[in-house]
Design a protein around this ligand. Structure first.
Ligand SMILES: O=C(O)C1=C[C@@H](OP(=O)(O)O)[C@@H](O)[C@H](O)C1
Ligand SMILES: C=C(OP(=O)(O)O)C(=O)O
Length: 414
């Protein structure tokens, strides 16, 4: 499959969508399960490639763990293999080897890990050689690069003889993901204290209790459906498997989309999305929900809603430089992502009189969220999404789900 041409729907959209499970919740549950010697019963395991990769690597005796392009899988497994004293070479795609891991490796080394870099210090591939506990039970760690390092350390913290106290430095990004980690740990019997005023988290040493755990559907995946409803002329969609009180910070899409023209009503099965009037402009800080930035940027561009974005610095070190990717691809829709204050504030603006002269063809930069976020443009006019297979990272069933509300066809681009 080389590319997909999405056509606007020919009739009002009325659909029920069973979303994929959250890969974030799933990857935490899989690590916790491994730390109970696989005694938990996990249900609704995510079919996302990131989670399937985690599942496979946790069960593998191979000396090499290739995480492909999965950040949480790389970071969580590095901590897990270290404390369980498994010698592993950790590697991934070329892009994964450009995504920093030094902050986590330094922290694990302080705890007693022998980890070596194969090429560039601070980046995968790494070789985990072993672990002899140093007796250190307090760490200072930067919180402004990736929360995944902190979640990785928290997940293994109960296994350390003295537990672990983490002092976070700098502005903490993606904090809801840290809270998700802590709440899942608590569910499995771990005691912790988090003081967010002092940026201090303390985890007591203990064993995870084996329990059953049901993984919630993915709110990041839900965001694309919000965008579909916001952009389509007439749409009502029920998303199944989502909860009002979610562990996932991306459930904030409910509040963002209330301003972009989508009302959420929670039902017994999930959430029902209906169209309502939208605002002319919004400002949003994505520090707590960086994965929603692409969805919202594309949706605002297409609805001619002026968007001011802050808190998107971490987008530059994800599957691709998402700021650059958005800048390049929004241009094809007559829109711009402008940097208003260096690295701090951006805005999305679109020429309201813009009309496509040819069908825009969106390059996806090996980033699932580029394909997922731009496909809803098809609710308004034809759009080509190149390399659409990238969606397997988090939402393998996306194109099949999209076929429930509109038509699309495969193209072979030369
Ligand atoms: O812990 C997690 O499950 C995640 C944390 C976030 O990463 P950062 O903490 O690097 O922002 C998010 O972007 C990623 O998709 C999943
Ligand atoms: C950033 C993401 O994932 P990861 O960091 O786990 O590769 C994502 O899914 O958008």
């Amino acid at each position: 499959m080389k590319s997909i041409l999405v056509h606007p729907p020919q009739k009002p959209i009325r659909a029920e969508i069973k979303l994929a499970a959250s890969k974030s919740e799933c990857n935490r549950a899989l690590i916790i399960n491994a730390l109970t010697d696989f005694q938990c019963e996990l249900s609704n395991i995510s079919e996302a490639r990131d989670s399937q990769t985690m599942l496979r690597l946790l069960k593998s005796d191979d000396a090499v763990a290739d995480v492909i392009d999965a950040g949480t899988t790389m970071r969580f497994l590095t901590a897990y293999f270290t404390v369980t004293n498994q010698k592993k070479r950790m590697t991934g795609t070329p892009r994964m080897c450009e995504r920093p891991i030094g902050i986590l490796v330094d922290a694990l080394r302080t705890l007693g890990a022998d980890i070596q870099y194969e090429n560039v210090p601070g980046y995968p591939p790494t070789q985990i050689n072993g672990f002899v506990y140093s007796g250190q039970n307090e760490l200072k760690i930067r919180g402004d690069v990736s929360s995944q390092y902190i979640s990785a350390l928290l997940l293994i913290a109960p296994s350390l003889p003295d537990g672990l106290t983490i002092l976070l430095e700098g502005e903490v990004g993606s904090r809801p993901y840290i809270e998700m980690t802590l709440k899942q740990m608590e569910y499995f019997g771990i005691i912790y204290e988090a003081d967010w005023e002092a940026n201090r988290i303390q985890v007591k040493p203990s064993k995870y209790e084996p329990k059953n755990y049901a993984i919630e559907s993915d709110w990041s995946g839900a965001s694309y459906w919000y965008s579909i409803v916001a952009l389509a002329e007439d749409a009502e969609v029920e998303l199944l498997g989502l909860k009002e009180n979610s562990l996932q910070g991306d459930s904030d899409i409910v509040n963002i989309m209330a301003q972009l023209g989508v009302q959420s009503t929670f039902t017994e099965r999930g959430v029902l999305l209906k169209k309502i009037p939208a605002s002319d402009s919004i400002a949003w800080d994505f520090t707590n929900c960086p994965d929603l930035a692409q969805t919202v940027a594309v949706c605002c561009a297409m609805k001619n809603i002026h968007l001011t974005l802050t808190g998107i610095e971490s987008l530059k070190i994800k599957e691709t430089d998402r700021v650059f990717a958005l800048q390049e691809e929004l241009k094809k829709l007559g829109a711009e992502l402008n940097e208003v204050e260096t690295n701090l504030k951006y805005e999305v603006v679109r020429k309201s009189d813009w009309a496509a002269t040819a069908v825009p063809s969106i390059f996806t930069y090996d980033d699932h969220r580029m394909a997922l976020a731009f496909a809803p443009v098809g609710m308004i006019h034809d759009i080509i999404i190149e390399e659409p297979g990238v969606v397997v990272k988090s939402y393998p069933g996306y194109w099949n789900d999209l076929a429930k509300v509109t038509t699309w066809e495969e193209l072979q681009l030369s």
